[in-house]
Every structure is written in structure tokens, then in C-alpha cells.
Design a protein around this ligand. Structure first.
Ligand code: NDP
Length: 334
């Protein structure tokens, strides 16, 4: 069983030496368990948090432990009457090629309904993050302006497309010309703005002539600084992720603008609400029904960045935190 372990807790940006690849004997399923062969491993920004022992909403991976992660797997042996060999399931088996899992913790995937990798993408956790955060907290209305960054990623691309379905104007922020082109041509955003451009703040202002009603926060940092003065009265800000600071080792240089933020929250009656997708677990059925229909009707498009081979996972993950991925990053394990 090939596995990727956490070798050391990173300081700042993770490095290849923070990971270690090893071989262990294949695990044996016990009663009520199944043996899984991992087909796809999802790489997601939250994994940077699991590498750190700073206090968070979930426990860290232990040093020497298998890196955590969502997986799409094939049942190869079963000691449960719930699954038989050949079944495809969604599991949380981590960065390895085989795993044993409690059958009760698995969800069966229909491989005829959609490519199985979408179970960790548009039809899985990132898609549901976009759906629940945007609709429950953002509540976009027809004619409003919705802004999202990391907009070609699985969360951002779904946010923009769902905003359009609700009749809002979607402004996507992404890094570089190719990603901005994809926002318009593939995902149907109304406007794309490149956050790497030296004129980014002015470009964003020009892209939002009526201000911003919903800002779906994926990144923080300089993007938030450019968005903040453009927020309209009663704007809603689902706070989903802050990837610009996941590798930070300290606070940014001053001045401290917390008081300006508080003043605008008050005077503009802004709603900031942080969320973790599992807070909205009760919406899973609605999400799956709506998203499946939007995919079928071509109203939502998705893009995957598939990297072959488990050994490539560390490098691909390091790249994800720097915007090297283009679409939902998945490792094709087998
Ligand atoms: P993506 O596939 O979009 O990958 C991350 C992207 O972030 C990069 O490709 C890059 O895109 C962008 N990025 C990285 N650094 C910066 C920066 N300094 N400034 C601006 N953009 C940057 O990831 P996901 O769609 O999977 O996740 C998006 C966000 O949602 C993350 O913050 C993640 O942590 C969060 N999330 C939160 C969940 C929750 O439950 N709250 C659940 C799932 C995800 P580009 O090249 O365009 O800059």
C-alpha cells in the first residue's frame, strides 16, 4: 500500500520534504468493513490547515500519519452486506492507494450518472460549499452583483454559475489571462478580473459599476482589500476560505484597519458569516438534485485538473496554494 505521510509540519509554504512516501502492507478488512482501492484523491486547500497544529475546526494530521483527504474508491473486498466488489464509493481514505473503511461511513456512487471524479468536485464537497454558502448566506437576487475569487476553481466556478442561474451579474477574479478567458468562455461569467494585474483594484472597480451586493470570500488578502470599499449597503459576505493567508507565518504589515471594517459593518449593515460546508449537511439532497439538473441542462460547467499518480500529490498540493491548478485538482491514483 503506497501512502503519503506528513513528515513535518510546514513553516510557511509546504515543501516536498514535509511529505514522505512509503509502502506498507495492504490492510485487511474486519467485520462490517470493506477494502478499497483508491481511484481518485481530491486535493483541497483545507489540507494546509490539517498539516498545522494551530487550533482549528478539525484535528490536525499527526506527524508520521497518512495525509487526510476525500477519495473516490472501488470496493475490492467486502465483509459487509452493504457493498460488493466493483462498487464505487465516496470515502475519506486519504493520500494512499488502498484503505479499509467502515461500510457505514461510505456513500455509493452511480458511475453511469456522471464521471466518478465529480463526486469530490462539482457534485461533491466543493460544489456543495458553493451552493450552500451562496444561497443560504449570499442570497443573490436578480440584477445584483456577485463577486468571487479563485473563480476557476471548483468552489468559485460553481458560485459564479449559480449566481447567473439566479439572475445576478457574476464577476470572477482569477490569476492570469488564461484563467480569465476561461471565466468568460467556459463558465459564462459576465466579467473577469485578473488579481495579478498591477491595476487590479481599479479594474475591479470598473467591473462593478453598481458596487458589490454579494462577495463570496475565498481568498482574503489583497483581493479583500480591493473588494471592501466597493461593498454596497446590506451586502452579504459568505466567508468560505482565506487561501491568501494559509501559508502566512505572521500578521500582514499595518496599518491595522480593523476599525474601518467595523465601521462599515455598522454603517453599511454588512452581513459577514463564516461557514463550513458540513454546517449545511441538511441541504445535501437539495444540492444534489439541483446541481445534477444544472449539469444535465448545461447550466453549470466544471473543469478538472487531473494529475496522474499518487507520488505527484505533494507537488500538486504545493502548487494548489499558489494557483498552479486550473480547475478542480484531483490525483488519479489508479
Ligand atoms: P481552488 O481550486 O480554487 O484553488 C485555490 C485557488 O486559490 C488557486 O488556484 C488560486 O487561483 C487561488 N489563490 C491562491 N492564492 C491566492 C491569493 N493569494 N490571492 C488570490 N487567489 C489565490 O480551490 P477550491 O475551489 O477548492 O477552494 C476555494 C476556497 O474555498 C479555498 O479558500 C478553500 O479553503 C475554501 N473552501 C471552504 C470550504 C468550507 O467549508 N468553508 C469548503 C471547500 C473549500 P488563481 O490562480 O485564480 O489565483
Amino acid at each position: 500500500n503506497r501512502r503519503v505521510l506528513l513528515a513535518a509540519r510546514p513553516h510557511g509554504e509546504p515543501k516536498p520534504s514535509d511529505f514522505r512516501i512509503d509502502e506498507a502492507p495492504a490492510p485487511e478488512p474486519g467485520e462490517g468493513e470493506v477494502l478499497l482501492k483508491i481511484r481518485y484523491l481530491s486535493l483541497d486547500p483545507y489540507m494546509r490547515g490539517r498539516m498545522s497544529d494551530a487550533k482549528s475546526y478539525a484535528a490536525p494530521v499527526e506527524v508520521g500519519g497518512v495525509m487526510e483527504g476525500g477519495t473516490v474508491a472501488e470496493v475490492v473486498a467486502s465483509k459487509s452486506d452493504r457493498f460488493k466488489p466493483g462498487d464505487i464509493v465516496l470515502s475519506h481514505s486519504g493520500w494512499q492507494s488502498y484503505a479499509v473503511a467502515d461500510a457505514k461511513a461510505l456513500r455509493k456512487i452511480d458511475p453511469t450518472a456522471a464521471p466518478i471524479s465529480t463526486a469530490v468536485g462539482v457534485l461533491g464537497m466543493p460544489g456543495m460549499t458553493a451552493y450552500t454558502g451562496l444561497l443560504t448566506i449570499g442570497q443573490p437576487k436578480a440584477g445584483e452583483t456577485v463577486v468571487v475569487a479563485a473563480a476557476t476553481g471548483p468552489v468559485g466556478s460553481a458560485v459564479g454559475q449559480i449566481a447567473r442561474i439566479k439572475g445576478a451579474r457574476a464577476v470572477g477574479i482569477a490569476g492570469g489571462a488564461d484563467k480569465c478567458k476561461a471565466l468568460i468562455e467556459e463558465f459564462g461569467f459576465d466579467v473577469a478580473v485578473d488579481h495579478r494585474s498591477p491595476t487590479f483594484a481599479a479594474d475591479l472597480k470598473a467591473a462593478c459599476p453598481d458596487g458589490i451586493d454579494v462577495y463570496f470570500e475565498n481568498v482574503g488578502g489583497a483581493v479583500f482589500d480591493a473588494v471592501f470599499p466597493l461593498l454596497n449597503f446590506f451586502a452579504r459576505i459568505p466567508v468560505c476560505g482565506l487561501i491568501a493567508q494559509y501559508n502566512a507565518t505572521g500578521l500582514p504589515d499595518g496599518p491595522d484597519r480593523t476599525q474601518l471594517l467595523l465601521r462599515d459593518i455598522l454603517t453599511k449593515r454588512l452581513t459577514f458569516r463564516g461557514f463550513i460546508v458540513r454546517d449545511f449537511a441538511d441541504q445535501a439532497k437539495d444540492f444534489f438534485t439541483d446541481m445534477s439538473a444544472w449539469l444535465r441542462d448545461g447550466k453549470v460547467k466544471y473543469r478538472e485538473d487531473v494529475v496522474e499518480g499518487l507520488d505527484k500529490a505533494p507537488e500538486a498540493f504545493i502548487g494548489l496554494l499558489k494557483g498552479k491548478n486550473f480547475g478542480k485538482l484531483v490525483i488519479k491514483v489508479a
